[in-house]
Design a protein around this ligand. Structure first.
Ligand SMILES: [Zn+2]
Length: 422
């Protein structure tokens, strides 16, 4: 390996990496309320001490973004992005450890955010610090953006940085977890988008014994929901390149299906159709009153290549044609996006993963969840991969990360940076 010594040198920082991850877990950055001031300042100080150029941005009180840059002359710019907020720990009885104390046991670190994604943050910090210490004459810059707000949409995090031209680069790694002891490291190069739909239905109250004097808003809402639910059966024409990404993802997902005892084609279905989840429904006051108001919130997942605005217009049209009156529709969109699997950056990343892990084949996959890549790739067109040490335990009780996954990822990150900037 060309940079073998530098890459394996990061092994010496194994203990530092573990301690750092535990320290990060110790900051309660639960979202909500998502005040990340303390963890952000901790990261800021880490990089200041190491001579990085550090800037902080706080678009809203407590939503502190940290951007740290290592610069060595002119050249390409590699961007790394990770979030420091975590989902709430939930019921403590479900945890065997304190979720806000990083506990090292059996080669793993336990705690909220261990997988999603304080391990990734720790690995990126150590990788950048390692590169700042070694005597390698790369040319260019590495910018690491540590953001809040990812678990609630990213408006005050990555979206803010991207829209203001702060998050810029020639390529980007979003460090969300894509590692697994069971089915190997995957490089995520595409992700589904979200069309969040808010539906309201207006009616007219009357006594339930003479319902014809009123207009039942819940009945109307149910009819509209069935129209929206029908979208799941709609055939979708995808760009050939997206089909290819999905095809290439299947061996990976088949392994997961088998592992969970699920039908083999369940993921093929997931990546060929939209999914519609009615997540919230409200309405009515009493059984003997015809309700005059009802509302629902629906999460529709779109495939890369689909246009959220067009899907929304289609729903509007169908609702209009149904003749149901008094319906209000509103939307919120997260863009689906994808990367060319043969693109230069994806190829470089695959090569680096293969070199470090010895894997003959590196999986490039599509993911069902949306990440901040939607802003970096979706809004700016920066070639972006999702690659990090976390696993499938994210968001659950007893969340953990394998320390070995962190060490392997630190080598991969180091190699990617060197290959990209030399
Ligand atoms: Zn995450």
């Amino acid at each position: 390996m060309k940079f073998g010594k530098i890459v394996s040198g990061i092994e010496n920082k194994r203990d530092e990496m573990v301690k750092l991850c535990c320290d990060l877990i110790g900051f309660r950055s639960e979202n909500p309320p998502a005040d990340v001031t303390d963890i952000a300042y901790f990261i800021r100080d880490y990089f200041r001490e190491r001579g990085f150029k550090v800037s902080t941005y706080e678009p809203k009180k407590g939503k502190v973004n940290v951007s740290a840059r290592l610069e060595k002359g002119e050249g390409k710019r590699l961007l790394w992005n990770g979030h420091v907020d975590v989902v709430p720990a939930g019921r403590r009885e479900n945890w065997s450890t304190d979720p806000f104390v990083g506990v090292v046991r059996d080669g793993k670190i336990f705690g909220r955010g261990a997988a999603d994604m304080k391990s990734g943050v720790a690995v990126a910090m150590v990788m950048a610090s390692h590169l700042s210490e070694i005597d390698a004459d790369f040319s260019g810059s590495i910018q690491l953006d540590f953001v809040p707000d990812e678990e609630t949409g990213g408006n005050h995090g990555t979206k803010y940085l991207v829209e203001r031209g702060i998050s810029v680069g020639d390529a980007c790694i979003v460090g969300e977890g894509t590692s697994s002891r069971t089915w190997g490291i995957a490089v995520r190069i595409a992700e589904k988008g979200i069309l969040d739909l808010e539906i309201s239905a207006l009616g007219k109250t009357s006594h339930a014994s003479v319902p014809f004097l009123g207009e039942n808003a819940i009945d109307k809402l149910i009819k509209v929901l069935s129209i929206v639910k029908e979208m799941e059966n709609r055939e979708i024409e995808l760009p050939p390149i997206v089909r290819k990404i999905i095809d290439q993802s299947m061996p990976y997902y088949e392994r997961i299906s088998k592992n969970y005892g699920l039908p083999v084609d369940i993921f093929r279905q997931l990546f060929s159709k939209m999914t519609v989840n009615v997540g919230v429904i409200k309405g009515g006051v009493k059984t003997n009153v015809v309700p005059d108001y009802a509302e629902a919130k629906v999460d529709i997942r779109l495939l890369p290549g689909q246009n959220p605005e067009m899907v929304y217009s289609e729903i509007e049209k169908k609702v209009h044609e149904s003749g149901i009156r008094g319906i209000g529709l509103d939307k919120n969109v997260a863009l689906p996006s994808y990367e060319n699997p043969e693109g230069a950056f994806v190829s470089l990343v695959k090569r680096c993963v293969a070199e470090v892990t010895g894997a003959e084949q590196v999986n490039t996959i599509i993911g069902s969840g949306a990440t901040d890549a939607r802003y970096i790739r979706g809004l700016r067109g920066i070639p972006t991969v999702i690659l990090g040490p976390g696993n499938q335990s994210s968001h659950s009780a007893n969340e953990y990360v394998d320390i070995e996954d962190m060490v392997v990822m630190s080598k991969i990150y180091t190699l990617i940076a060197l290959e990209f900037l030399f």
